[in-house]
Ligand binder design. Sequence first.
Ligand code: ATP
Length: 361
Amino acid sequence: MPDIEIRNLTKVYNESGNSIVAVDDVDLTIEDGEFVTLVGPSGCGKTTTLRCVAGLNKPTSGTIKFGDRDVTQKPVQERNIALLFQDIALYPHMSVQENMAYGLKISGFSREERMARVEEAAELLQITDQLKKMPADLSGGQQQRVALGRSLVRDPEIFLFDEPMSDLDAKLKAELRPVIEKVTDEIGCPTLYVTHDQEEAMTMSDRVAVINDGELAQVAPPKEVYDEPASQFVSQFIGQPSTQFFEGNVGAVNGTAELDVGGYEYALARDGLEGWAGEDVRVGLRPQYIRVSDDPDAGIPATHLLDEPLGDATHSFFDTEFGEIVVVTDPDFEGNGGEYGLVFEDDYIQLYDNDSGVRIA
Ligand code: ATP
């Protein structure tokens, strides 16, 4: 299988005299067998990038290669891709089996070959017992498996997914996720998967490509994107609840760096902060790394507002001099509406350049 190589991809739409730069000089390689997810807020250019790779949109500039083959100018039918959208669109008057075999029939495959390929794909997708059913009798998740099966029988070289699960409820998503992972794994094609659902991105991907305003903000394995975000944007976008941000000032740096956040002092054992002594910075901290003390003097004084129990954790909200702060507390935490102290875990404090938002430490 070839890899996907996207070089300097730019796509500008011209809409009633206005130019919209949807994708801005994107460089991304998806290795053979690799699963890469494009994730980012609505309108950031995910779908446009994927449509350029699919051959459904013409890039304004840049190149797209599948292995050695430059496909930038090739139409979609010459790219040998499996393409899956949110909109499933099976033929309603055909059975599952007929839906999966139809493309092969049009291409002139023998009945025997069609049946063999459909059976193989059905087994992989765990829908062998559904082959005689009509699409209307299937759940959304099963329909999406059939749609995937329709692509699989054609022996694709590349998998492209555009929010294939966004119409499914949480339970069906959780069922379909491992199926997609298993199929892409077994076939071994490079996969580009678009979603705005960061849970999908974090659980399914080898690498996550975070995109903001048409530009790649970070491309890295899920854990790295979470633990070592390259910018304030990535830190804020990845992780639930979002990273909390504060204004800070770096003090003396002698091995450890002093950090002042609104009069509260922290000590950061980090390298490379020498040049930042005396500078204002943006301070980020994930709500997982804030501890709630019964003693209001132990940290930032905070009035408990409410708890949202989730089963495996609780999201607890507090009113503080910095505004509302959310903390991930233990599953059995129940605040009493009274006064607490919020303690920041120094080791997990992130620092960002105030102007550029780029991570400093
Ligand atoms: P979403 O998650 O909402 O689907 P996205 O990240 O996939 O968003 P795109 O659909 O790629 O983003 O859109 C990127 C930008 O390009 C947006 O500003 C969008 O309005 C614009 N855009 C997309 N398609 C067109 C088009 N056909 N004509 C003009 N502008 C477009």
